[in-house]
Design a protein around this ligand. Structure first.
Ligand code: HEC
Ligand code: HEC
Length: 435
């Protein structure tokens, strides 16, 4: 879809320009001076698009205000019920796989369930989920899927929704997917779940709340899990970074350098999408995502069984099926929801396809994808995890992806180490030592 491509590129560029203006404003407000963002001028690919100055930052002005929670107060009994269900291995077939098997509480509720290929194994050996397991912390901040329209920009911005492709809006609905997916818990049917539930220590409580009708009981499981996963206990904000924004900790020189590189448009420019605001002590302004979608061009994970078929591709957002807010336009193929980087250091694999196993490798990818693509795309095919017709969707125009091929990286090894060290400060207290 050529017209769509043009719109999306142009839209992206306009977001970029506006975001740069915003970010420069923020810098000068914070420091009170008008110092330039960078003294060294990076090299850029000629895109043929008009530009403001030389920097093109990632996108999306005026978005990313986290939803305000004005729902009913938390119900401790329902949360406790959800916590028990989350850890209960009785529903899977064969039994033994609970939500917590993949969303491992020791790893900030992410993990591979012992698999070595980047995506988790399900209840049956050799059966793997399609994507990497996201952490289920901080989910209360995820907005419903929507498009953000802005008069200033030519294309709407997609935001929110659960899963890597934003395809579900409530956790109560979502839980049926892992529960009944044959590659994950393989629980069979509502009837089988209801039967197994009869012996659970919390069965009477669940029935008292939701009735004993099979459908109502399974729905009740979802409601309890939602209460648990969106509770305050699942958004702990106990990391060193949180102490730092509350004025209770100081960053080491390396962490501080990492923070600067993370924000600096001339180096990482990470905070354009992984949003943060260190001048607010409220963690909701530092979720390290704006819940927007982007096509980052993660390399193909050749270990995934599905990828043995060279014509199989995970297209992300454009595969999402929803009539009310359709995102099926080809311009969304290859886009995935920007993950929060909170607790990223305790993850066992990275990106929607789990292709990276070490955090440092992800940061190196950002530094060098544009300058030396050969190290990520063996065989010389750039953006090899997308079919040829969608490769044009990959973001090559905004920072840090817009460096010239063959030129210097967006940032050097010392900044890579510094950014990794800064990302380590995002680990909540309970998971320290599990990196
Ligand atoms: C076999 C491993 C596995 C099991 C078991 C599992 N999940 Fe997941 N979970 C995943 C994967 C993989 C994804 C990402 C799927 C996608 O994006 O398409 C995910 C995504 C999620 C998300 C969305 C998070 C976000 O950031 O959007 C929630 C919520 C979730 N799971 C809850 C649960 C609950 C509740 C259970 C138990 C009923 C469960 N999961 C069981 C692997 C698992
Ligand atoms: C234009 C938006 C954008 C910018 C800029 C950006 N990211 Fe990302 N980031 C994403 C998206 C989208 C993903 C998920 C991509 C995928 O899975 O295909 C991601 C994934 C990641 C992950 C993997 C997290 C996980 O849970 O698997 C890490 C780590 C990360 N980014 C760090 C960074 C760093 C460090 C920078 C700056 C050098 C940066 N990002 C800049 C959008 C962005």
């Amino acid at each position: 879809m050529i017209a769509g491509d043009l719109i999306s590129k142009r839209g992206r560029w306009l977001f970029a320009a506006a975001a740069l203006a915003l970010s420069l404003g923020a810098v000068s407000r914070r420091t009170g001076t008008a110092t330039p963002v960078s003294s060294s001028k990076p090299e850029f690919v000629e895109t043929g698009l008009p530009r403001f100055g030389s920097d093109v930052l990632a996108r999306r002005p005026g978005v990313a205000s986290p939803p305000v929670h004005d729902g009913p107060p938390e119900d401790p009994a329902l949360i406790a019920l959800g916590r028990a269900i989350f850890a209960d291995p009785r529903f899977s077939d064969p039994p033994g796989t609970s939500c917590a098997s993949c969303h491992d509480p020791r790893r900030a509720f992410s993990g591979t369930n012992g698999a070595a290929i980047g995506v988790p194994v399900g209840s049956r050996p050799g059966h793997f989920a399609r994507r990497a397991t996201p952490s289920v912390l901080y989910l209360k901040y995820v907005p419903r899927f929507h498009f953000h329209e802005d008069d200033e920009v030519a294309a709407p911005t997609a935001l929110g929704g659960y899963f890597w492709d934003g395809r579900v809006d409530t956790i109560a609905e979502l839980v049926k997917q892992p529960l009944f997916n044959p590659e994950e818990m393989n629980a069979g049917s509502d009837g089988r779940v209801a039967t197994k539930l009869r012996d659970a220590p919390y069965a009477a409580e669940l029935r008292a709340k939701f009735g004993s009708d099979t459908k109502a009981v399974v729905q009740g499981l979802g409601v309890a899990l939602e209460a648990y996963l969106t509770s305050d206990e699942m958004a702990p904000a106990t990391s060193k970074y949180d102490q730092y924004i509350r004025g209770q900790a100081t960053l080491t020189p390396l962490e501080k350098r990492g923070l600067e590189a993370f924000k600096d448009p001339a180096r990482g420019a990470c905070s354009g999408c992984h949003r943060m605001n260190e001048s607010s002590p409220n963690p909701k302004w530092s979720l390290f995502t704006d819940y927007g979608f982007d096509a980052v061009g993660a390399p193909r994970n050749r270990e995934l069984p599905g990828n043995r078929n060279p014509n199989y591709f995970d297209l992300g957002l454009c595969e999402r099926k929803d009539q009310k807010t359709p995102s099926s336009d080809d311009m969304w193929c290859g886009s995935f929801r920007t993950p929060s980087l909170r607790n990223v250091a305790v993850r066992q694999s990275f990106m929607h396809n789990g292709v990276f196993r070490r955090l440092r490798d992800v940061v190196v990818f950002y530094a060098t994808r544009a300058a030396t693509p050969g190290r990520f795309y063996p065989g010389g095919t750039k953006f090899d995890d997308l079919p040829e017709k969608h490769r044009g969707n990959v973001n090559v125009s905004s920072l840090p992806y817009n460096r010239r091929e063959g030129g210097p990286p967006a940032f050097g090894d010392e900044d890579v180490d510094a950014i990794v060290s800064f990302l380590d400060t995002l680990t909540d207290a309970a998971y320290l030592g599990n990196e």
